[in-house]
Design a protein around this ligand. Structure first.
Ligand code: HEM
Length: 421
């Protein structure tokens, strides 16, 4: 049994079940019918938070107790909020997440500071770095599959999906293999809204301590890895060269960990459940791997791992679609709801990897769009291909209950119990 009936959360450890249940796992299984009902009202601008919409306590509300809350459900309203970043600022998310992200935060900063951080982190996602990310991917996937292939069955969510992106990010940051479980535990607690502030903060401080030692070691003896690349990172403005500071490196690490781990492994779990629910499509995929990128992208549109981009703080009185939004409000850009807007996608509730290619908001939009989108896509494609290469006739394990997708702020499957051969 993977999902706990007591807490409703998903996971193999108590802390995982607790943290996922706080963000809606086991509480909300399918939020999309409610979004469809509310989207036509007020141009898709709804006057409460997503948590309130589903009668849940908001784990992030402490930081902005008296703020009026809004969320967007239409593509146009969501895109508008994400694009107009001077009006809908990220300063709000800083106060909500500083315990987890620390004082330096890509997600919690606005221009001009944000632009500087993006420039500093760029080398970690450039051409050279992509090769570094990639070098950890295939060996890890093969190693994981080696561990269970002979059994003919496994819960792929726990034995494959969740063991993979954390490994890649940890190794590229210079974490020792023996510390992987510990690192994964910290990463879980550092996700937005996942753990009480004190636990998130404690996890972040542990990661910072750990990484200080790694950084000191790399300064003494640089290696051909991402953490060495980040330490060397600098930007030139006029004739001024600015070197990244240790606090900035730590800040970036504390952004990459929560942003890049859970999103990717939960997406992979959702990809697998979606395909195993559609055996004909899965059979076609075994034969034609050129479909893999479209399948991955369509899963991210149709049932992506995050409900909303980080909340924005409204800098001036404004209006969206005729709805008055006062200065000081908090607004949640509902990227998942936007990705099912019939004004943008024909028959949006259908999972259809053959639909015409159109922009989505899966990786957000505007100045804060996901910096790791290409890494995520590369990882998801590689992980799916590796399974198709080595596990023939993949199907749900007939002796286990069929899993379901669940969650609000973060979406995930309850597990991926699979059989093959
Ligand atoms: C399927 C996987 C992923 C999804 C769906 C996803 C989605 C998102 C979304 C929606 C945002 C919010 C942008 C905003 O504020 O508007 C974001 C930001 C971010 N993501 Fe991802 N992400 C994924 C994987 C990754 C990976 C693998 C990494 C790094 C290795 C990463 C690093 C980041 C960072 C650093 C930010 C903050 C960017 C900024 O505020 O400037 N993400 N991501």
């Amino acid at each position: 049994m993977t999902a706990s009936t007591e807490t409703g959360g998903v996971g193999r450890h108590d802390w995982e079940r607790k943290t996922t249940s706080r963000t809606g796992a086991g509480v909300v299984d399918d939020p999309y019918p409610r979004f469809a009902e509310l989207r036509p009202i007020n141009g898709g601008v709804h006057d409460s938070s997503f948590f309130a919409m589903f009668g849940m306590g908001d784990p992030t509300s402490e930081a902005w107790k008296d703020a009026q809350r809004f969320c967007t459900l239409s593509y146009a309203a969501t895109e508008h909020v994400l694009r107009e970043n001077n009006l809908f600022t990220n300063a709000g998310i800083r106060r909500m997440t500083q315990h987890a992200f620390g004082p330096v935060s890509l997600m919690g900063s606005d221009d001009p500071e944000h632009r500087q951080f993006r420039l500093l982190v760029q080398p970690a996602f450039g051409k050279k770095a992509m090769g570094m990310w990639q070098s950890w991917v295939k060996p890890r996937l093969d190693e994981l599959i080696d561990g269970f292939v002979a059994k003919g069955r496994a819960d792929l969510y726990f034995e494959y999906c969740s063991q993979f992106p954390v490994f890649v990010i940890a190794m590229t940051l210079g974490v020792a293999r023996d510390d992987l479980d510990q690192f994964q535990h910290w990463a879980g607690l550092m996700q937005i809204g996942a753990a009480p502030a004190a636990e998130a903060r404690a996890a972040r401080l542990e990661v910072e301590d750990y990484m200080r030692a790694v950084i000191a070691e790399r300064r003494r003896a640089p290696r051909d890895d991402l953490i060495s690349l980040l330490i060397e990172s600098e930007i030139t403005e006029g004739d001024q060269r600015q070197r990244i500071t240790e606090e900035q490196v730590l800040g970036l690490v504390c952004n990459l960990v929560p942003a890049g781990v859970g999103t990717t492994f939960r997406s992979l779990g959702i990809v697998l459940v979606t395909l195993m629910q559609r055996p004909e499509l899965l059979a076609r995929l075994y034969e034609d791997r050129s479909l893999v990128p479209a399948v991955v992208d369509e899963v991210l549109r149709w049932n992506g791992p995050v409900l909303t981009s980080p909340f924005r703080l409204v800098a001036e009185d404004t209006e969206i679609a005729g709805v008055k939004i006062p200065k000081g409000s908090i607004i949640e850009p509902g990227i998942a709801a936007a990705n099912r807007d019939p004004a943008q996608f024909e028959n949006p509730d259908a999972f259809d990897p053959f639909r015409p290619v159109k922009p989505t908001l899966s990786f957000s939009y505007g100045p804060h769009f996901c910096v790791g989108g290409q890494v995520a896509r590369m990882e998801l494609r590689a992980a799916l291909n590796a399974l198709l290469d080595r596990l023939p006739n993949l199907r749900f394990d007939p002796d286990e209950p069929e899993p379901q997708l669940t969650g609000l702020l973060y979406r995930m499957p309850t597990g991926v119990p699979a059989a093959w051969g």
